[in-house]
Write a protein that binds this ligand. Sequence first.
Ligand SMILES: [Zn+2]
Length: 431
Amino acid sequence: MPKVTVKVPKSVMSLPENHRDAILAVLAKAARLPDVMEVTHVGGDEHNIWSRNHDLFMADTEDDFYETLDTPAWAMLQNVFAALDLPTGNLDMKKSLTPEYWEWEGLQKAGNKRKKSKLDDAIDLTKKKRDKFLKYLQGMNPFSKQQLKKLDDVLKTKLPDYAKVAESFMTRAGFIGKIQSQSEKEAFEIAGALVDRYPSTIKAADKEGIVLTKREAGRYNEKYGTEGRKVKILPLTPLESKAVQHASHQAADKLTEVSERHRAGIRQMILQAQRERWEPERLAQSLFDMYGDQNRDWRRVALTELAFAANDAYLSGVEEGETVIGMGSTNACKHCKQYVIGKQFLVTHKLPKNTYEHEMKYVWAGKSNYGRRVATYQPAIPMHPNCRCRWHRVSKFYSVDDKGAFKLKTTAQLIQEERARRGLPPDPNLK
Ligand SMILES: [Zn+2]
């Protein structure tokens, strides 16, 4: 602990011991905090789901979660092509996936996170061993019952265990909420920090925390060496654990629902093509276009479900009655700007009241606009699918100006506030 000297007015020193000590403790803590706390560029571009989140832990987790969800969908499409022996020669893949996707894939490849492009994969598809057991022929007889069964088998191969996938990623998101929270309390920068590994189940996360390693140039190097500065993030608290469990159940449900909807869509398209006697090229391109939509669905689901878990875990770590402010990117949508960004709310862990006043004043873990119409939106994060805003605790040591900048309060302000908290009248000698 660095040594701290604070100048305290005489009127404070003459207070009863417990009051005086409490005020001194507040001042001592404030003396170790930076004068201005930078909280810029949080979240990410809400209009481009493929843009990277400004929170690097979140950005990597979004990418990993999306890849985990997309990989079986992409494999399913390839299996369908092989089973139906569909032509791939004239496929326009650039069109099925958007330019934003290709930009994202380019970045992933440049960072060695993704070895193969979907374009390479499509070329492989033309060489892939083709089962042809369901060979698609324009105007052929309807599928037999056995063929339909085979089609279903193709559509169901190697689906992941969505409950497990959801739990693992929601747990990880829960820790990201904790990292955000702790970095604010202890005023450390997250940029450049690494987490060795995250627990993959909630049960494990209730018992073990994670270690964050910060390798940074300058002042920490002398103190911590090349090893980096280690920051311990504790296991989930009971409240955080509950938030992650809720998020995990919801995500598992969502993943199953989306996967089933996608599978049904592919099946229906194949049957429609047969009935309407599409050319094989048309079916091939249509399946790819449909995959493009499904691919974006998975990205959206990944972003949204992670936002639920991270923000609910974050709020669960904030104390009852503390204030949070909504932060978002400059390119956030109008709903976030209207309801959340730059707005302050009180955090509650009590049972929320179902009134307009309560909804506009408080936020709590689990609060969402799930199933609400735009006209009845309430302040919550995520506000909507793809929302990349986040909460930020307004520490009692800082005040927020109109531009959203955090400035350390003056000694006088802190003393007056602490006096008020202890039921003492304001000190007239302090401005
Ligand atoms: Zn938004």
